[in-house]
Design a protein. Structure first.
Length: 190
């Protein structure tokens, strides 16, 4: 079993080129997350990364108001924040016990941010016309983890109802569908 930090490093490696590849002209474009345009989804993802860095260090996280993260050199900052996330989860003991006020096992908390980073990287790639292929080990880790979290995540409004996919769908398409996403989503053309 790979460490969460190794998996997060792979997931960040896939997400960074997507974030760096977002042109400012695309910030108001829709994403597969109906409640977020590209700018809002970037801000949400940065907030998730920062908060789960804190949770790895057993600090409190603030998921309240989402500040606009698309200011200054936001692409560089995203790289710095994901590097800090990987480092926090690589610290000795980060995967042991429970993390933060959530009371979940630390590895489960790590799987949550791994899922968010991977799925939202796909969301941003789809919204901005970029390619995104997640790391196979990351998908192997998040598929059963997110399946276990799905009922609670749906109750909390974080996942939509499962999207139907054909029997031969890829493991990542199944992950996307589990979260309520259409793996074939494309931005509408004006």
């Amino acid at each position: 079993m790979k460490k969460i930090s190794e998996l997060l490093d792979a997931a960040a490696g896939g997400a960074l080129p997507v974030v760096r590849g977002i042109d400012d002209s695309r910030l108001e474009d829709p994403t597969p997350c109906a409640e977020y345009d590209v700018r809002a989804l970037i801000s949400h993802l940065v907030q998730v990364v920062v908060n789960f860095t804190a949770l790895a260090a057993r600090k409190d996280a603030d998921f309240g108001e989402t500040p606009d993260a698309v200011v200054g050199d936001w692409r560089r900052r995203f790289g710095e924040e994901t590097a800090a996330l990987v480092e926090a989860w690589a610290a000795p003991g980060a995967e042991e016990g429970t993390a933060g006020s959530m009371g979940f096992p630390a590895r489960t908390v790590g799987q949550m941010v791994l899922g968010d980073l991977t799925v939202h990287a796909w969301d941003l790639a789809r919204a901005t016309g970029q390619e995104f292929v997640p790391d196979a080990d990351v998908v192997d880790e998040i598929a059963p983890a997110l399946a276990g979290m799905a009922p609670r995540a749906r109750e909390a409004g974080m996942f939509g109802e499962p999207f139907p996919v054909p029997d031969g769908a890829s493991p990542f398409a199944r992950v996307l569908a589990l979260t309520g996403r259409d793996p074939g989503w494309q931005p509408s053309r004006a």
